[in-house]
Design a protein around this ligand. Structure first.
Ligand SMILES: [Fe+2]
Length: 259
């Protein structure tokens, strides 16, 4: 289907969306600028104009300090018996096998001194192989897979390790601009030792041609830092006749903070 398909055209009366070329030019102008008042170049810019909705969503006032104790008493809790080891296999939640490229994603959660962080709740969610989420607001014309929901979780082991079995998600359109497509990714949440430490991020796959075009990926304006979001193919994780393997470690704090 040509890129100018009417499926992605702007509805009558709605303001025209910028083109990919216009978004590219905006991203080039910003370059490596981490943004006003950036706490760290390690983080995405909160107000990254090429990522349109970040302008409306980002905090515009100083953060409110809260008593961690109050948060602990009122926030969600989980115990190790709540997380079933089978929750880490996203391919077995239904009667049949999901369609797609079966993969293993594994790595370790570490602190900045390289020490493993055990007992961490790691949660993932993702689109299916066709790039479609099981969500009422995702209505783009790609098929849902009756054998794939796209959510999983596990606890890190004593060595900080985690491991998921899933299928490789597809890229999907997201209407930030004309013909906008997200690189394939898996959403990750790492709970931390308390609710206020939760890290939410995304893992990408090596060699994706959409990186340069994606304002979310590029909202981390230091390319060397953004690259840490990209897993690496690991043949030692690949299981013969069954699944290819990707390795991705996450560092929760310190100088090399981030995935
Ligand atoms: Fe996503």
């Amino acid at each position: 289907m040509p890129a100018s398909s009417t499926r992605t055209s702007t509805p009558p009366g709605a303001p025209a969306l910028p083109t990919q070329g216009e978004i590219n030019a905006e991203m080039s102008r910003i370059g490596g600028d981490p943004g006003p008042g950036a706490a760290s170049a390690m983080q995405p810019r909160l107000d990254y104009p090429p990522y349109r909705s970040s302008l409306r969503r980002h905090p515009s006032r100083a953060l409110v300090a809260v008593d961690p104790g109050v948060v602990e008493r009122s926030g969600p809790v989980f115990g190790d018996r709540d997380v079933d080891p089978l929750d880490a296999d996203l391919t077995i939640a239904h009667r049949g096998e999901p369609i797609g490229e079966r993969i293993v994603i594994a790595g370790r959660v570490l602190d900045s001194w390289g020490r493993p962080v055990p007992g961490q709740l790691v949660e993932v969610w993702q689109a299916n192989a066709a790039g479609r989420y099981v969500h009422r607001r995702d209505q783009h014309p790609a098929p849902l897979d009756p054998n794939f929901t796209g959510t999983g979780r596990c606890l890190t082991g004593p060595d900080g390790s985690y491991r998921f079995v899933t299928i490789k998600p597809g890229p999907y359109p997201w209407r930030n601009h004309q013909n906008a497509w997200r690189p394939a990714h898996v959403h990750f949440s790492l709970f931390g030792t308390r609710f206020t430490e939760r890290l939410v991020t995304q893992m990408y796959f090596p060699g994706d041609p959409l990186f340069e075009l994606d304002p979310i990926f590029r909202s981390i304006t230091d390319p060397a830092v953004a690259t840490r979001l990209v897993a690496r193919y690991d043949h030692d994780l690949t299981v013969s006749e069954w699944a290819t393997g990707y390795r991705w470690d996450v560092v929760l704090d310190g100088r090399r903070v981030g995935p």
